[in-house]
Design a protein around this ligand. Structure first.
Ligand code: GAL
Length: 447
C-alpha cells in the first residue's frame, strides 16, 4: 500500500464555527429542475433503505443503479428508496439535505464528500460514528490518507465508495489527430495554452466549460492553481496561509486562469458539466477540464478510452482527490438497513461494480484491475505509487470549510465575467480571513 502523503491534524471542535448554511455552494440552477420536497412520510418499516445522491448524469446514473442491483441481490427484502437530486457536485442535494436535517427527517444514508463537507453535520451531531462498520479488513485495504479524511475526533463517520481524480484534461482524440496535436507534448500549463492557441487559430473551440452551476469554473481554477502555483502553494492555500492580496503566486494563478478563459466556449454560462462534455463528444470543442466522472460520461455515450478520447493529467505527479462517501444520519429511520449498505459499499464487489462504470477507481487497494479501462488502470497505478502527491479537492468539498468554498464559487464566478485579477485576489484573501481561518479544524500536511 502506498505511504500516506498527507496527514490530518485534528484540532478542537470547540473552535469550529461552521454553520449549517455554509454547506450550500453557490449554484442556483439545476441540470434538470430538481423537486425539492422537505416533508416526507416514511413509515418506520424495517426493510427500507432511503438514500439520497446526486448521480443523475450519463455514467454516474448507471453506476449507482448497478450497485443498487447488486445490493438488492444480496438483500432482496430491503426495498431501496432512492432519491436522486440532479445538480453536479451536489449543488442542489446539499440544500435538500439541509432541510431534511432541520426537519429531523434525514434519509437512512446519503452521499457526501470526505473531509470538510462532512463537518457541519458532525458539528451538529447529525451523524452517528460508524467504527463498527470499519472492519480490520477495511482498515487494511483503504489507504491511510483516505481513512483520515472520514475520521473526526478519532471516529469513522463515512465509507468511501471510490476515488475520483479532479486534475484531468479530457480531449477528443479525433480532433487532436486531425490537427496533428500530440497529447504527450502537453506537460505543463504553458504547453496546454500553446495547443489551445493553435486550435483557436484553426477555428476550433479549445475548451468546453459548463459553469451554469458555478462549481465547474472553480474546478478549472483548482487545476490551474495546482499546475501553475504548484503543490506547496496549493497546500498553503487550503491551510489558510495565503493572506496577502499581493501574493505573487496568487496573482500568477489568476492571470493564468484568465488566459485559459480566453479559450472557452462562449455559451459556457448556460451549460452544465455534462453538457460541456457533450461538446467534446460532438466535436464542438477539443478539450474539457473535469474530474474523471467525465470518463464515465464518455463511456456511457459509447466512446472508447484511448480510441475516441484521452486524458492528460496536469500536473502529472498529482492526484487531486475527490472522494464520494456515504454516512449514517443519527436520526435515520432504518439504521440496520443503512449499516448493511455501508458495509456493502466497503467491499471489493461493490467498488468493482460501481467504479468501472463511474469512471473513478476503487478506494480499496485490493480490487482486481480487470474490469477497468486503460485510463483507469493508469490512475490506479498512480494512486498506489509513492511518487504521486495526493491533495484533497477544494471544489469537491474535502479541502476547505464549506462556507469558504461557497465564497470561492461566487468569487470565481464573478472573475469569469470581469477578469479583474487585483480585485479577485483581495476578495479571495478576505474570504480566507472570514470563512476559512475561523472554521479551520484540520491542517493538511505534506509528509
Ligand atoms: C462530484 C462527485 C462525482 C460526480 C460529480 C458530478 O462532486 O464527487 O462523483 O458526481 O460531482 O456530478
Amino acid at each position: 500500500m502506498r505511504k500516506a502523503v498527507y496527514s490530518l491534524l485534528l484540532v478542537s471542535f470547540l473552535v469550529f464555527g461552521v454553520i449549517a448554511s455554509g454547506c450550500i455552494s453557490g449554484g442556483t440552477s439545476t441540470e434538470t429542475p430538481a423537486t425539492v420536497t422537505v416533508t416526507k412520510s416514511v413509515a418506520p418499516e424495517q426493510n427500507v433503505l432511503e438514500i439520497y445522491h446526486w448521480w443523475t448524469a450519463g455514467g454516474e446514473k448507471q453506476a449507482i443503479e448497478a450497485v443498487f442491483k447488486k445490493f438488492k441481490d444480496k438483500y432482496p427484502n430491503i426495498e431501496i428508496k432512492a432519491n436522486p437530486v440532479s445538480g453536479g457536485a451536489g449543488v442542489n442535494m446539499k440544500m435538500v439535505l439541509q432541510s431534511l436535517m432541520l426537519a429531523g427527517k434525514p434519509p437512512d444514508t446519503f452521499q457526501v464528500h470526505a473531509g470538510y463537507e462532512m463537518s457541519p453535520y458532525i458539528k451538529a451531531n447529525q451523524l452517528t460514528p460508524i467504527d463498527d462498520i470499519w472492519t480490520d479488513d477495511m482498515k487494511k485495504h483503504y489507504p491511510q490518507v483516505i481513512q483520515q479524511m472520514v475520521m473526526f475526533n478519532g471516529h469513522y463517520y463515512a465509507v468511501p465508495i471510490n476515488v475520483h481524480r479532479a486534475n484531468v484534461v479530457w480531449y477528443n482524440k479525433h480532433i487532436f489527430e486531425k490537427y496533428g496535436i500530440d497529447p504527450n507534448s502537453i506537460k505543463s500549463f504553458d504547453d496546454l495554452m500553446r495547443v489551445a492557441q493553435e486550435l483557436k487559430s484553426k477555428g476550433v473551440t479549445p475548451f468546453a466549460l459548463g459553469d451554469r452551476n458555478k462549481w465547474p469554473a472553480t474546478h478549472a481554477f483548482e487545476v490551474v492553481m495546482l499546475s501553475v502555483g504548484g503543490v506547496q502553494f496549493y497546500q498553503d492555500f487550503i491551510n489558510g496561509k495565503i493572506t496577502d492580496p499581493n501574493d505573487p503566486t496568487l496573482k500568477k494563478v489568476l492571470n493564468a486562469y484568465a488566459e485559459y478563459l480566453n479559450y472557452v466556449n462562449s455559451d459556457h454560462a448556460a451549460k452544465t458539466w455534462d453538457e460541456a462534455c457533450g461538446l467534446v463528444y460532438k466535436g464542438d470543442a477539443a478539450m474539457t477540464i473535469m474530474g474523471d466522472w467525465a470518463n464515465g460520461y464518455f463511456k456511457a455515450k459509447g466512446w472508447k478510452p484511448d480510441v475516441d478520447y484521452g486524458a492528460i493529467v496536469l500536473p502529472s505527479n498529482v492526484y487531486d482527490l475527490v472522494i464520494d462517501t456515504f454516512v449514517l444520519p443519527a436520526k435515520a429511520a432504518h439504521p440496520d438497513a443503512a449499516k448493511k449498505w455501508l458495509s456493502f459499499i466497503g467491499t471489493v464487489e461493490a467498488q468493482n461494480t460501481f467504479n468501472p462504470i463511474k469512471g473513478s477507481i476503487p478506494a480499496r487497494d485490493d480490487a482486481p484491475l480487470d474490469p477497468y479501462g486503460p485510463i483507469q488502470k493508469e490512475f490506479i497505478k498512480d494512486l498506489r505509487s509513492s511518487s504521486t502527491k495526493l491533495v484533497p479537492s477544494i471544489t469537491h468539498g474535502s479541502a476547505v470549510p464549506p462556507a469558504f468554498l461557497s465564497d470561492l464559487n461566487d468569487i470565481i464566478s464573478t472573475f469569469v465575467t470581469n477578469r479583474n485579477v487585483d480585485e479577485t485576489a483581495k476578495s479571495i484573501v478576505n474570504a480566507v480571513k472570514q470563512d476559512l481561518l475561523p472554521n479551520k479544524i484540520k491542517e493538511w500536511k505534506l509528509t
